[in-house]
Structure formats: C-alpha cells, structure tokens
Design a protein around this ligand. Structure first.
Ligand code: ADP
Ligand code: ADP
Length: 236
C-alpha cells in the first residue's frame, strides 16, 4: 500500500525570480509503501530538511504534489493541514522537544489528550509503548531527570501514540552518544517489524542509516542515487 507519493517537488526560498532566492529542491520524486524504513542522506545544505518538511506538510512545495495516506496535502488549507499533521503524522527531531513541566507519562499522553481519548485507552497505550521502548521505570520522572537517550525514546513514544500513518524523524540521533543512538535505531527497527510503522528519516549519521532498508542520497536538491539493503543488518 502506497503511503507517500511525491511528484517532481521543487522548493524555492524567497521570491522565485528575485535576488537571493535559493532553490533547495529541483524536482524530487519519492514513493513509500506501508512498512518502509527509509533514510535520506546528503551533505549539509543539500535539501534534506527541506524535503522532510515538504513531505510532511510542515512547509509547502513551490511546485509538485505530495500525496500522504490518500490525501493530496499540497492542496489542503492551512487549518486542515495542521489537523491532519496532528492526527495522521508523527514527528521526532534532533532536540527532544519534551515539555519540562510534564512527566514522561504525561508527555507521551499529550497527543491523546488533545484527541479526547478515554483514560483507559491512554493508559493502555502508554504502557504498551513504554514496554516496547524500555522506559516503564521512568514514567513518573520529569525530562530533566532522565538521560538524552531516555528523552528521545519518550519523544518517539509520544510521536506514536496516535498511530501515525508515517513517522518523520529529522536527525533523531544528532544529540545522542553512540550507545543511545543505537538504542533509538533499534527501537525504529522494532516498530517497523512489529507495528508495520512507516519511517522516513533524515540523517548525517551513516551508522543510523545502516539500520534502514533503503538509503536515498540527495545532493544540490536532487536525488542522486539510492541503495537498497539486502538481508538483515549484521553486527561485528
Ligand atoms: P540540509 O537539511 O541538507 O542541510 P536544507 O534543506 O536545510 O539542507 O537547506 C537546503 C538549502 O536551502 C540550503 O542552501 C539552505 O541554505 C536553504 N534554506 C533552508 N531553509 C531556508 C529558509 N527558511 N530560507 C532560505 N533558505 C533556506
Ligand atoms: P540510555 O539507557 O538512554 O542509553 P544512558 O546510558 O545515557 O541512558 O544512562 C544510563 C542511566 O544514567 C539512565 O538510566 C539515567 O538515569 C542516568 N543518566 C544518564 N545521563 C543522565 C542525565 N544527563 N541526567 C540524568 N540522568 C542521567
């Protein structure tokens, strides 16, 4: 089942014909099926974050269309798009973006609270994700009392509570030591395998990309090449 289809996306920052305009994307097409786990890699300034933002409706393309889970998001109004993002998409960033005044559990619950889910349903969901991501013992703690790795696993849990059609992750391991980065990538592997989650990741980190099924290389706003991994990842 196709979850994401992007067709000839361009993105120009600033007035297209004006001085100082930057062309960040020059006609990028990309397709993802349910359960795909893809990394976008490329040098700094190649357009990775712009692509992720356009594909996830954070930003609009200058031309081209994006279809996400059956909806042409490039044609939605701002309000519809905001609601759609909240209900259908999950986001994880380099900064963990947890709310310091809420516990780990409350942070994870927040997207469900906004959707008026029942207390029982929320509790069940939190426990399931906490087990999966090994944060059961810290649910009562505040973000500043847990490690960076634990904070990111909390952020991933929060991103998944409303069962998004796709999880977008922009440099999710960028602020983590290698051990915590490995733990996050193993979590991603696990949810792709066990929950058929679809994940699109932007990363500088070859080690993180090695967990993905496919790596797409972008350079100067164009997809340059991709590699598809055969078989499972092998640790040495
Ligand atoms: P990457 O994520 O690969 O580092 P970006 O998508 O952030 O690349 O940037 C691609 C190009 O677009 C760069 O030349 C960058 O300077 C430019 N750019 C990114 N965001 C903006 C913006 N908001 N306004 C103007 N130019 C931008
Ligand atoms: P992880 O299991 O996420 O990789 P670490 O190995 O970084 O976590 O940390 C192990 C333990 O050390 C954590 O359970 C946490 O309680 C504690 N810890 C690590 N870093 C911090 C920190 N910056 N603030 C508070 N506690 C920390």
């Amino acid at each position: 089942m196709v979850i994401l289809e992007a067709n000839k996306i361009t993105k120009v920052y600033g007035e297209a014909s004006g001085e100082g305009a930057t062309t960040a994307l020059r006609g990028v097409s990309l397709s993802m099926n349910k359960g795909d786990f893809i990394a976008i890699m490329g040098p700094s300034g190649s357009g990775k974050t712009t692509l992720l933002n356009v594909l996830s409706g954070i930003d609009r393309p200058t031309s081209g269309e994006v279809m996400l889970a059956g909806h042409f998001i490039s044609e939605m109004s701002g309000d519809d798009l905001a609601l759609y993002r909240r209900r259908q998409l999950g986001f994880v960033f380099q900064e963990f973006n947890l709310l310091d005044s809420l516990t780990v559990k409350e942070n994870i619950m927040l997207p469900m609270v906004l959707e008026h889910k029942s207390a029982g349903a929320m509790e069940e969901k939190v426990q399931k994700l906490a087990r999966l991501f090994d944060i059961e013992d810290i649910l009562h703690k505040y973000p500043y009392h847990i490690s960076g790795g634990q904070q990111q696993r909390t952020a991933v849990s929060r991103a998944l509570v409303n069962e998004p059609s796709i999880l977008f992750a922009d440099e999710p391991t960028g602020n983590l030591d290698s051990k915590s980065a490995a733990a996050i990538m193993e979590c991603f592997e696990k949810i792709v395998r066990d929950l058929s989650t679809t994940i699109l990741l932007v990363t500088h980190d070859v080690f993180a990309a090695s967990y993905c099924q496919k790596v797409v290389f972008i350079k100067d706003g164009l997809i340059h090449s991709h590699i598809v991994k055969k078989g499972t990842r092998k640790e040495f």
